[in-house]
Design a protein around this ligand. Structure first.
Ligand code: PA5
Length: 448
């Protein structure tokens, strides 16, 4: 991953970067010496080099078994327990992966559940699964999250109806805490194959644990290459230097912009298949930084698609934002613009030029237009859109996020704010113990 702030020169000066170097170095020390806020959750830092070999071998064996026994894998999880896998599948397989005929896919269809509470979605998914052979990977670190727990009830029942309890057991893979939570207890009681999420790795930092590895491997993606990218990133982005470490330079630049009132960061891509990578990034930064009344608001756009929807705002709207372009230098495929008799659309000058060439000019042109429009643009270049670079990018953004959180003075590894809606939801649902709160809420809502 290469970082440049040359398109944000007047907002992020060399002097300002140098001025922040000591704070970045202090954040590095806090993180590496495990002395900062949330230090109990920094296990992801050396995860690429401390992969549990036995568990990883079981992950690969389970992925192979799933491929052999099922046409569909239902991955159940929410937030950090699904976004990393979803990002990898979308970025590293064909955009039509789930629609391809079996022979062309060489892996089961990967479908997600438990990331919302929509009855319509669950009903349609169960209908889609129909009489196809399927397996389930249910993922929840706490083992008590409502959304995946509800979805799991349905698919557990469906499996048991279809195959009987004994065979259903062979098709359920549980990724959860090593000894706590309702999901752990259920998995133990039923004898499901279990994968452990390490205690010191929080949900949104868990892509390189079985949380991400199992569904990603089941999709036929090269997880060895992914881990090798993460390992290389661990070395490259472990250097305590703002000049030699692009990850730290990115963290510093966004902090400088934030201090100047650029409170929204828009992550822009030019490959639609990076859409879910940006969703993963949004969760990582939103949950890590948005607290104590502080934090950069993470937003994302897919270009050129969103140049036709958000382009106007980005060019001319309120100047409280900056753009970070995540650009793939060598996209995995390309096609040339074909000839058309009569040049009716006036585009014959593009004949023989590749679509990626056109996309690149859109990228460069937009960079200039947004710069001229007063949007500081940071640039992150990813060499290729493959498993190796995915692993590298995951580690890059996790590390930059940890450093950013410390620069901001927040704990980047907790998420106390996500509990508020849960409390209200349980109260409104009449969960035992929440009755009084439920009544108060109903009054405030004007429902009683
Ligand atoms: O990053 C986090 O910790 C959260 O987004 C969690 O991943 C999410 O809330 C799901 O939690 P769990 O894995 O406990 O079901």
């Amino acid at each position: 991953m290469y970082f440049s702030c040359k398109y944000a020169k007047s907002y992020v000066t060399q002097k300002e970067m140098e001025g922040l170097a000591a704070q970045v170095s202090a954040a590095h020390t806090l993180l590496h010496e495990r002395k900062g806020q949330g230090n109990d959750y920094t296990g992801w830092l050396d995860l690429p080099e401390k992969i549990d070999v036995e568990a990883y071998a079981r992950v690969k064996a389970a992925a192979a078994r799933i491929a052999q026994q099922s046409e569909v894998l239902i991955v159940i999880g929410i937030g950090g327990s699904y976004l990393g896998a979803k990002a990898a599948v979308e970025m590293l397989t064909s955009p039509f992966f789930n629609y391809l005929p079996k022979e062309k896919r060489s892996a089961p269809q990967i479908l997600f559940a438990g990331h919302n509470i929509s009855g319509t979605y669950l009903d349609a998914l169960m209908d889609f699964v129909g009489d196809k052979d399927f397996s389930v990977n249910v993922i929840s670190k706490s083992g008590t999250t409502t959304e995946p727990a509800i979805a799991f009830r349905f698919f557990k029942l469906l499996l048991e109806k279809k195959y009987g309890k004994a065979e259903a057991k062979n098709r359920i893979y549980v990724t959860t805490d090593k000894s706590r939570g309702a999901l752990f207890a259920l998995a133990k009681e039923e004898g499901y194959e279990r994968f452990v999420i390490p205690d010191d790795v929080g949900g949104r930092y868990s892509v390189l644990t079985p949380v991400g590895l199992l569904p990603i491997a089941a999709a036929g993606i090269d997880t060895d290459a992914m881990l090798s990218g993460a390992r290389d990133a661990m070395g490259a982005y472990g250097i305590d230097s703002i000049e030699k470490n692009d990850c730290y330079a990115y963290a510093a630049a966004r902090n400088i912009l934030y201090r100047k009132g650029k409170t929204t960061e828009v992550l822009a891509n030019y490959e639609g298949s990076l859409h879910y990578f940006a969703e993963w990034w949004k969760q990582l930064y939103g949950e890590s930084e948005g607290k104590d009344g502080k934090g950069i608001f993470p937003a994302a756009v897919d270009f050129s698609t969103d140049l036709h929807s958000m382009g106007q705002y980005l060019q001319d709207g309120m100047r409280n934002l900056f753009e970070t372009v995540l650009h793939v230098q060598n996209p995995p495929a390309d096609v040339a613009v074909p000839a058309m008799v009569g040049n009716v659309d006036g585009l014959s000058f593009l004949e023989g030029k590749t679509v990626n060439h056109v996309n690149r000019q859109a990228f460069l042109g937009t960079l200039m237009a947004h710069t001229d429009g007063g949007v500081p643009c940071l640039l992150l270049e990813m060499e290729a859109q493959d498993a190796y670079n995915f692993g590298k990018a995951v580690y890059f953004f996790e590390k930059a996020c940890g450093i950013s959180g410390y620069l901001l003075g927040v704990n980047p590894f907790d998420q106390p704010g996500v509990e508020a809606y849960k409390k209200n939801m349980f109260a409104l649902l009449g969960k035992p113990g929440y009755e009084a709160e439920g009544e108060k809420l109903l009054r405030r809502l004007g429902e009683i």
